[in-house]
Write a protein that binds this ligand. Structure first.
Ligand code: DGY
Length: 318
């Protein structure tokens, strides 16, 4: 029996490409970045394995060939796929939950720490060849221990950040639509409104999904409610941040430092960030560990396989 055709939009880890080739007539792609001819390459495919940044908006989904029954995304985030349009076409969608929570939380902690301890500035100083040696007042930052950590979006990744924050001796607060069962809170303090939450956030980690509901959540009004000199990190989606407001706050000192892994319109980013010393910039590395990316590949392939044979995979999202 002929294998189903799987169109893979980007180069994947070698072990995952090998797995794809075992189960499918795999149409692999050498490119690491988004390809322009996605629709043409999907022609005749039973399933598409896409990535964040492959825009499957309503128009593109509507134009997909009739052969496509499943879209699997190599991500937990779904903001690049119009789920309603996929549903209207009867196309199932699955993603990669759980397996990347720890890696992404580690990245959020890395951003908080690098921003608070001025690691970017320090690295640039050493590389510049201008470092003159240890000095009592050089690059003084802020420690995490004993500080309050606010988490916006207490899903699986947020909960891992809470666990790590506790390990650093931080007092954890969180803002979400609903309170978690107390056995999952492990001492984290729930806030159902910004006015009680934001003024406590000496450190703020944003971990909510992207999309219309969280568009530019960190705006001028919310920034004004943070304690002066707060440190913020975004390892979720660039759309959570109003860049103009964040840049103004980084200039004024209202926000002492920020760590960003994701950007509005990435891979482009607001060029003013590049002029600021007090922002640490990473290229969307949240889930980028070898074991995590392998696990993501296994989860998404298993979801695609199940959906193609009419089963309901646990990672089905639409
Ligand atoms: C995701 O999974 O949504 C990340 O942003 C990519 O790892």
């Amino acid at each position: 029996m002929a294998k189903p055709v799987l169109f893979v939009t980007r180069r994947l880890p070698a072990s995952i490409e090998a797995l794809a080739e075992q189960g499918y007539e795999a149409r692999l792609t050498a490119s690491e970045v988004a390809i322009p001819d996605l629709l043409a390459r999907a022609d005749g495919a039973d399933a598409i394995l896409c990535c964040p940044g492959d825009l499957l908006d309503a128009k593109t989904v509507a134009a997909l060939p009739g052969s496509v029954k499943v879209i699997g995304t190599f991500s937990v985030g779904l903001d690049h796929i119009d789920l309603a349009a996929a549903k209207a076409r009867g196309i199932k969608v699955c993603n990669t939950p759980d397996v990347l929570s720890v890696a992404t939380a580690e990245c959020a902690m890395l951003l908080l720490m690098a921003a608070a301890r001025r690691a970017g500035e320090g690295e640039r100083l050493v590389r510049s060849g201008k470092w003159a040696g240890w000095a009592p007042t050089q690059l003084l930052g802020t420690g995490l221990s004993g500080q309050r950590l606010g988490i916006f979006g207490m899903g699986r990744i947020g909960r891992e950040i809470a666990r790590m924050g506790r390990g650093f001796g931080m007092e954890v607060h969180y803002r979400d639509m609903t309170r978690m069962p107390s056995q999952l809170e492990l001492g984290a303090i729930f806030h159902d409104n910004d006015d009680s939450f934001l003024p406590l956030c000496q450190f703020l980690s944003m971990n909510a999904p992207g999309g219309d509901g969280t568009m530019h959540w960190l705006n001028q009004e919310r920034i004004a409610k943070l304690p002066f000199g707060a440190v913020v990190a975004n390892a979720a989606r660039g759309t959570l941040v109003d860049d103009t407001a964040l840049i103004a706050a980084l200039r004024s000192g209202q926000i002492a430092a920020a760590g960003l892994d994701v950007y509005n319109g990435e891979p482009r980013l607001n060029a003013e960030y590049l002029t600021l010393e007090n922002v640490v910039l990473l290229p969307h590395l949240g889930s980028a560990t070898t074991t995590t990316r392998d696990a993501m590949g296994q989860v998404v392939l298993s979801g695609i396989g199940a959906a193609l044979v009419g089963e309901t995979p646990s990672n089905l999202v639409g």
